[in-house]
Design a protein around this ligand. Structure first.
Ligand SMILES: Cc1cc2nc3c(=O)[nH]c(=O)nc-3n(C[C@H](O)[C@H](O)[C@H](O)COP(=O)(O)O)c2cc1C
Length: 218
């Protein structure tokens, strides 16, 4: 029987060969298998809800790998053997990808392998939003929708459903951050054209929102 790690390395190898990186991107970073998420513990739900809030002042301190792992699992990881996720999604069609912009580049969260696949090797944090803190906060999530998977509905509806899917993920991130002493803000103040350009997104894909995560400024 194939172990989870072997299965994962298969996915990672395939992803690397398939060129998950943007067209024309410089030589790739290696895929990063994340530590297994810690899916027990944390704060009681009602306590986390009491603490949930948006923050616009961040420390530059980077997040530990285990924290990134837990964050991404909470955001939109797989929580059942069916492969379904911690957030609900439209028509059971996987429309949203979660990208992670950090100082060392942009990574695509791959929930099956629970890994980060290299996407861009440049620091585009400053381009993930129009507010100053985005360039120095350690991590910005970028939510990208696959419009080509929503062909049978009009473009305005595509944005609507993709935004709703994203909102559920965003709230998972808020609650995780509240529970872990991290801070976050869900963001629509994004220059969408500029960010799509920086990410070299294919025509049919579009950014719905972004979300900054980090530690509070001291
Ligand atoms: C769809 C949406 C877009 C948002 N966009 C931004 C944004 O671009 N920048 C920002 O600082 N906050 C943004 N926020 C956060 C709201 O300003 C914030 O949730 C609201 O002021 C209430 O504050 P609280 O989250 O601390 O309760 C957004 C929230 C939502 C739901």
């Amino acid at each position: 029987m194939m172990t989870r790690r072997r299965a994962n390395s298969g996915i990672l190898a395939t992803a690397a060969v398939a060129g998950v990186s943007a067209k024309g991107a410089p030589p790739m970073l290696e895929p990063r298998e994340l530590p297994a998420p810690q899916t027990s513990g944390g704060m009681p739900l009602m306590a986390a809800l009491k603490l949930r809030h948006s923050t616009r002042e961040y420390s530059e301190r980077s997040l530990r790998e285990v924290t990134v792992s837990n964050l991404l699992w909470a955001a939109f990881g797989i929580n059942r053997s069916s492969g379904d996720r911690t957030a609900p999604y439209w028509r059971h069609i996987m429309v949203i990808d979660v990208y992670v912009a950090m100082a060392d580049g942009v990574w695509l969260y791959e929930p099956k392998a629970h890994a980060l696949l290299p996407y861009l090797s440049s620091d585009i944090r400053a381009q993930t939003g129009t507010q100053d803190f985005v360039s120095t906060a350690p991590l910005n999530l970028i939510y990208v929708a696959h419009g080509e998977r929503m062909q049978d509905i009009p473009p305005t509806d595509r944005r609507l459903y993709a935004s709703v899917d994203t909102g559920f993920i965003g709230q998972n991130v808020y609650l995780f951050c509240a529970s872990e002493g991290l801070v976050t803000v869900f963001r629509g103040a994004v220059d969408y054209q500029k960010l799509a350009g920086a990410m070299k997104l294919p025509d049919q894909q579009f950014v719905t929102f972004a979300q900054t995560v980090g530690y509070p400024r001291d």
